[in-house]
Write a protein that binds this ligand. Structure first.
Ligand code: XIL
Length: 466
């Protein structure tokens, strides 16, 4: 099992704080420490990560299914509904109704969506299976362009190309009709996807790429390194992570994720399921979560279904909820591991835009003032998170907040605002990312991570209204 460096459990944290003076203790009581997340999404969010699931449109009428999915997960992948056969059943005739059911359910419930998958040798519509050469290449690129354009602005990350490498010892590409159109088909797909939806992260996604010493892992790594060096637009690598006794979680999983991240891409665990039961299954799940949390650019984990009975491998009972929707031991170990913390994702996922409200409030006319209040977030051995809440007293049309940290502290990550810095690096000026208008009594907040370098003093914060 992976034992990543740089992780600090709550036990060690408590020990680190044991020597603090009584005066500090009084503050700690007055401001409750960040509560442990009680759902997978809440626990993952503490370190800026998401926790997702695959959803089948056909199950959206099942209340047990949707209530678990809504409560626990904040990233949604369509299990089959956005694949090539589903979205282009006849050449040039696109069908988005099933995909839309999932995307709409996700957005209505404030969740983000991973797009899966634009180009793949499997689950191709019949008409495409029979194409080859330039005709197939053009059909594939048109498919990528059409589907990515249709969902533009609604997708956090696309699996642009799925499963293009061969299993076994070759480390090379899988033979397929797409591969036979030329080795550059993958980069052509990525370029088409970028042109169609410039804001979606673009991922290469595969399985059996978890063990660092496997040829397939090395083959994908070499491709990603080459893409980065030549400016092919790739942002992330997805690790499907379908494990069972014949393909267990490798002990070097953390190394694999870190090495890919070091190429300058995000890594995501995209289709996690682990066949088994009881404590052995729970331990393997824990190892996967621990490996992701040890890698700052491992931005989230998606499990491939909700209950065991929903799984494509149902007989292997590989998920976190049993067929009745009860939490399994694996669920508890995942939740506890998420709550134990780890590195902070330096680019936390923006929250999903909620549907535009139908009632509009008049924009504030300005003239009011604002207050800034600091509250503590999660803490690790080497860093802590903080949140600043801005409150408008009277209507304001904008705000500027300063956050001053005491040297040798450094702010190493921020979210929900546009930061700028003074020459010392100790004073951050935060401005709203969009409009800063607030009506009287309204609040907004932004956050940041401080590398404390041994100094635990709270930052001082100010707010100026405009
Ligand atoms: C699976 C679905 O879960 C099944 O319902 C479907 O019959 C076949 O595909 N790798 C992938 C996923 O990228 O799309 C696959 O999903 C599982 C393996």
């Amino acid at each position: 099992m992976t034992t990543p460096r740089h992780t600090y459990g709550r036990g060690r944290l408590a020990a680190a704080f044991g020597g603090l003076a009584a005066a500090t203790l009084a503050v700690a009581i007055a401001v409750p420490a960040a509560a442990a997340g009680s759902t997978l999404q809440a626990a993952a969010s503490e370190s800026g990560r998401y926790f997702g699931t695959a959803i089948a449109a056909s199950r959206l009428g099942d209340g047990t299914y949707t209530s678990i999915a809504n409560r626990e997960f904040n990233m949604i992948t369509a299990e089959n509904e956005m694949k090539m056969d589903a979205t282009e059943p006849s050449r040039g005739q696109f069908s988005y109704s099933s995909g839309d059911r999932i995307v709409n359910w996700a957005r209505q419930n404030g969740k983000q969506v991973r797009g899966h998958a634009l180009a793949w040798h499997s689950q191709q519509p019949g008409w495409m299976q029979n194409l080859s050469g330039t005709d197939l290449r053009n059909a594939m690129l048109n498919h990528v362009t059409q589907v990515a354009s249709y969902y533009k602005g609604k997708i956090y990350a696309w699996d642009v190309v799925n499963e293009a490498f061969a299993d076994g010892s070759s480390g090379g590409r899988r033979d397929s009709n797409l591969q036979r159109t030329g080795n550059d088909w993958i980069e052509a797909a990525f370029r088409a996807a970028r042109a169609a939806d410039p804001n979606a992260k673009l991922c290469y996604n595969d399985y059996n790429t978890d063990n660092w010493s496997h040829a397939k892992t090395q083959g994908v790594y070499t491709m990603v390194r080459d893409f980065k060096s030549r400016g092919v637009p790739i942002d992330c690598v997805g690790f499907q992570a379908h494990f069972n006794s014949g393909n267990p979680v490798p002990s070097n999983y953390h190394t694999t994720l870190q090495n890919f991240a070091d190429l300058g891409v995000d890594v995501q665990i995209t289709e996690l399921d682990i066949e088994g039961s009881g404590s052995s299954q729970a331990q393997q799940y824990q190892g996967v979560v621990q490996a992701c949390l040890a890698v700052a650019r491992c931005t989230g984990i998606t499990v491939w279904g909700v209950r065991d009975s929903d799984s494509w491998r149902a007989s292997g009972t590989p998920l976190l909820f049993d067929g009745s929707g009860n939490k399994k031991a694996a669920y508890t170990s995942v939740l506890n591991q998420l709550n134990a913390g780890g590195t902070t994702n330096p680019n936390p996922n923006p929250t999903t835009p909620v549907p535009t409200p139908t009632t509009t409030t008049p924009p504030p006319t300005g003239g009011g003032s604002c207050t800034a209040t600091y509250s503590e977030g999660q803490k690790w051995g080497d860093r802590f998170n903080g949140t600043v809440t801005i409150r408008a007293n009277g209507n304001i049309s904008g705000w500027t907040s300063t956050v001053t940290v005491r040297s040798p502290q450094k702010i190493i990550a921020t979210w929900s605002g546009s930061p700028s810095w003074d020459s010392s690096g100790n004073v951050m000026t935060m401005r709203p990312s969009g409009s800063g208008a607030l009506s009287s009594g309204q609040t907004t907040s932004f956050g940041f991570t401080v590398q404390h370098n041994g100094t635990w003093t709270w930052p001082s914060v100010t707010c100026a209204a405009s």
